[in-house]
Write a protein that binds this ligand. Structure first.
Ligand code: SF4
Ligand code: SF4
Length: 325
């Protein structure tokens, strides 16, 4: 299958699954608030609790106890980190629903304006640092300032237990400020490709750091390259592929759009550690296998479903608005 169709199918499937799980979660919450028929809580909604997952990681590394409240969130964080460590940032280009949304907004922007806009360098570079500053803030607050016992207490606190419910409420009844910020980001994403991922996503910044040692870099064969510039034009991360023999930029999200648009077969290719060439589709399969093997392992070993039981949710969910951190 042509790699872009494969990648978009993966992106589409993930978005559909998460929308379906989000709908099931809203029915789960409605059961406790409005007496709607009971729907079991889907653990996948914990994908939207990255900060809770980081606190879970802090607690696990400090106390040895795996997060029992949002174990799926921690499992997904570990899976994403593992993929970055081995395969660089394919998570952003293939699996992240926010990345997918950003990508399609960027495509829409190109369609509307008729060209790919390039942000000015003097603004682009400092803005790209913002995501690292946000990450540093979270890492300091969670890994330096928070003792392991405090992280453990946070995980067991009512606020964290209903953090997913509060997240649902946040998006179902957005404040004026939320709408303005989201609208601003949507608008920016029409003109700057992957604006959220490029400038603001601390999760992406974390994956960049994890990805530093991975050997999965695209290489450009100078002998066969005809300098047509199509790779640069296709790249949503504004990387100058044409000007280098190896794409070592941490902004590369392994979308393979450069490979798809390159008119000379095999000029852009991946040969990690001097292995045999790995095709773009092969990379995608490897990424999916690695990511989902962690999730399957979590499920098989009892690290997927929350230990918070029906009775506790019965008490917490109707009062979710009361709990703050
Ligand atoms: S270098 Fe290629 S694979 Fe990396 S982000 Fe740019 S287009 Fe995608
Ligand atoms: S698209 Fe391929 S041939 Fe054209 S400049 Fe890029 S690497 Fe060279």
């Amino acid at each position: 299958m042509e790699v872009q169709r494969f990648r978009r199918s993966v992106q589409g499937a993930i978005v559909l699954v998460l929308l379906y799980e989000g709908w099931r979660f809203s029915r789960f919450v409605a059961h406790f608030r409005e007496g709607a028929p009971y729907v079991p809580r889907p653990p996948a909604v914990e994908a939207f609790l990255p900060i809770s997952a980081l606190v879970g990681l802090r607690s696990w590394t400090g106390t040895g106890v795996f997060d029992r409240v949002h174990p799926a969130g921690l499992a997904m964080l570990l899976a994403a980190l593992l993929t970055a460590f081995v395969l660089r940032r394919g998570f952003c280009g293939w699996l992240c629903p926010v990345g997918t949304f950003s990508e399609y907004l960027g495509r829409l922007g190109i369609r509307l304006t008729g060209r790919k806009m390039t942000p000015p360098r003097f603004l682009d570079y400092p803005l790209r640092m913002v995501k690292f500053l946000l990450l540093a803030f979270f890492l300091k607050a969670i890994f330096l300032d928070m003792p392991a016992e405090a992280a453990s207490a946070f995980i067991s606190a009512p606020y964290n237990k209903v953090a997913d419910v509060k997240m649902l409420d946040f998006w179902l009844s957005p404040s004026g400020l939320t709408l303005q910020v989201t609208g601003g980001l949507v608008l920016l994403s029409l003109f700057v490709q992957n604006a959220w991922c490029r400038y603001l996503c601390p999760y992406g910044a974390l994956l960049i750091i994890a990805a530093l040692v991975s050997p999965f870099k695209l290489k450009r064969d100078r002998e066969t390259c005809i300098d047509c510039g199509k790779c640069n034009q296709a790249c949503p991360s504004y990387i100058d592929i044409q000007g280098r023999s190896e794409v070592s930029s941490t902004e590369c999200i392994k979308c393979f759009r450069c490979v798809t648009d390159c008119p000379v077969p095999d000029t852009l290719r991946m040969e990690p550690l001097g292995w045999k060439r790995i095709s773009a589709a092969g990379y995608g399969i490897l990424l999916l296998a690695l990511f989902f093997s962690v999730l399957i392992a979590a499920k098989l070993t009892g690290h997927w479903t929350s230990a918070v039981d029906y009775r506790e949710y019965q008490m917490l969910i109707p009062r979710a608005w009361m709990y703050t951190h």
